[in-house]
Design a protein around this ligand. Structure first.
Ligand code: HEM
Length: 318
C-alpha cells in the first residue's frame, strides 16, 4: 500500500485527470533515426503546452487537453540518465486462445476536447511541427457514444476512481520521487466482431461484462466457473488491497468499412497493475478461463508509455 504523500509539495501532472470527453484522438508515432529528429521531438513535446493554449484558448469551454506519453526506448533516446522505476515496453501476453500483441510506438498524444474541431486542429499542429522527425504508427478518432457506451452497448468507465482516489490510482507518488506526478499509460486498439456479439442474448452479454446493459447495474461476482470482465479486471494484492487504474476508453469506427472498435487507454501509478489485468484477461484466472470479451474483441495494438509531470516534460527541452 502506498502512503498518500505524492501531493505534499506542488507538482503539476499533465491532464491525466481530464474527464471523458466528447471527442478524442489517440496518436502514436515513432521517432525517425538521427539526432536531428530527437532534437525536434524534444523541442515540440517540451513546449506542447504552447500548442494546447494556441488552440484551446479560442474556446475555453472546449476543455482541450493533451497528454504526451514517452515509450521506454524513446525515453533513453531523449537523453535521460534516470528512468521511471517501472518503465518498460509492453510485453506480449499470450493466452490459450487470444494474444495481447505488442506494437511499436515512441510517443503517444492523447488529445481530448468537447469539440472535434479542436482535437483535429491540435493534432494537425503537432504533426506539422514534428514534420519528418516522426512517422505515424496509429491514429484513432474516438467519440462519445450516447451515455458513454462502448460499441458493445455497455456503459464504459463507471467504476473509475474519482477525486483523491483517482490521483492515488493514476499518479506516481513518493515511491519514485524524481517522477512524482507522472503516470504509466497502456493503450490497446480493439476491433469488435459486432455481428457475433449482437447475436448473443443480452443476458449472456451481461454475464460476460458483469453489469446489466440497459441500467448499468453491477452483477454479483460468479461464485464458481467463468468470471466476468469486471471481476477479471479487479486486482487485489496479498494484503487484500484493491489496486485501481484510470480508464478513458473511447469507441471508434467506420461502419462503411465494417470497422467497430474500443480504444482502451489505462493510466496507472503502478504499471504492474495493468499488466496483471492483462494476464487475467488473456491467460485467464484460473489459467485457461480467459475473458470472454476477447472472443468478440481482437487487440490489434498494444504499447506502453510514461506520461511525465509537466515539470519533467518541460525540462526535456534542455
Ligand atoms: C474490448 C475492450 C474493452 C471493453 C469493451 C471494456 C469494457 C468494460 C466495461 C463495459 C466495463 C464495466 C463498466 C466500468 O466500470 O467501466 C469495464 C470495466 C473494467 N475494465 Fe474493461 N473493457 C475493455 C478492456 C479492458 C482492458 C484491456 C482492461 C485492463 C487492462 C480493462 C479494465 C477494466 C477495469 C479495471 C474495469 C472496472 C472493474 C471494476 O472495478 O468493476 N478493460 N470494462
Amino acid at each position: 500500500m502506498h502512503d498518500e504523500a505524492w501531493d505534499r509539495t506542488p507538482i503539476e501532472p499533465q491532464s491525466v485527470d481530464a474527464p471523458l470527453s466528447t471527442a478524442a484522438v489517440f496518436l502514436v508515432v515513432t521517432i525517425a533515426d538521427g539526432d536531428d529528429a530527437v532534437a525536434t521531438v524534444r523541442d515540440v513535446i517540451s513546449d506542447i503546452g504552447g500548442l494546447v493554449r494556441a488552440v484551446g484558448f479560442r474556446d475555453l469551454n472546449a476543455h482541450l487537453s493533451c497528454n504526451v506519453g514517452i515509450g521506454s526506448d524513446a525515453w533513453d533516446r531523449l537523453g535521460q540518465t534516470s528512468r521511471p522505476a517501472q518503465l518498460r515496453s509492453f510485453f506480449e501476453v499470450k493466452g490459450p486462445v487470444h494474444t495481447a500483441v505488442s506494437t511499436p510506438g515512441d510517443l503517444l498524444f492523447h488529445i481530448r476536447a468537447e469539440r472535434a474541431d479542436f482535437v483535429f486542429e491540435l493534432e494537425r499542429l503537432i504533426l506539422t511541427t514534428l514534420g519528418d522527425a516522426v512517422t505515424v504508427a496509429d491514429e484513432v478518432n474516438g467519440f462519445r457514444y450516447f451515455d458513454s457506451r462502448d460499441l458493445l452497448g455497455f456503459v464504459d468507465g463507471t467504476e473509475n476512481p474519482t477525486g483523491a482516489s483517482m490521483a492515488r490510482a493514476s499518479l506516481i507518488g513518493e515511491e519514485d520521487p524524481e517522477f512524482r506526478g507522472g503516470s504509466y499509460v497502456v493503450v490497446q486498439k480493439y476491433l469488435h466482431d459486432l455481428t457475433a456479439w449482437t447475436s448473443l442474448p443480452v443476458e449472456l452479454q451481461e454475464k460476460i461484462i458483469g453489469r446489466t446493459k440497459l441500467d448499468n447495474v453491477e452483477l454479483d461476482d460468479a461464485v464458481e466457473g467463468q468470471k466476468a470482465h469486471k471481476t477479471l479486471a479487479t486486482i487485489v494484492d496479498a494484503n487484500g488491497v484493491e489496486h485501481d487504474i484510470l480508464r478513458d476508453n473511447m469507441p471508434f469506427g467506420r461502419p462503411g468499412q465494417d470497422e467497430f472498435g474500443t480504444y482502451f487507454i489505462g493510466y496507472a501509478r503502478d504499471l504492474w497493475v495493468i499488466e496483471e489485468m492483462l494476464r487475467n484477461m488473456f491467460v485467464g484466472n484460473p489459467v485457461g478461463s480467459y475473458d470472454q470479451i476477447l472472443d468478440f474483441s481482437t487487440a490489434v495494438t498494444g504499447t506502453t508509455f510514461f506520461v511525465p509531470s509537466n515539470d519533467v516534460l518541460e525540462s526535456l527541452g534542455g
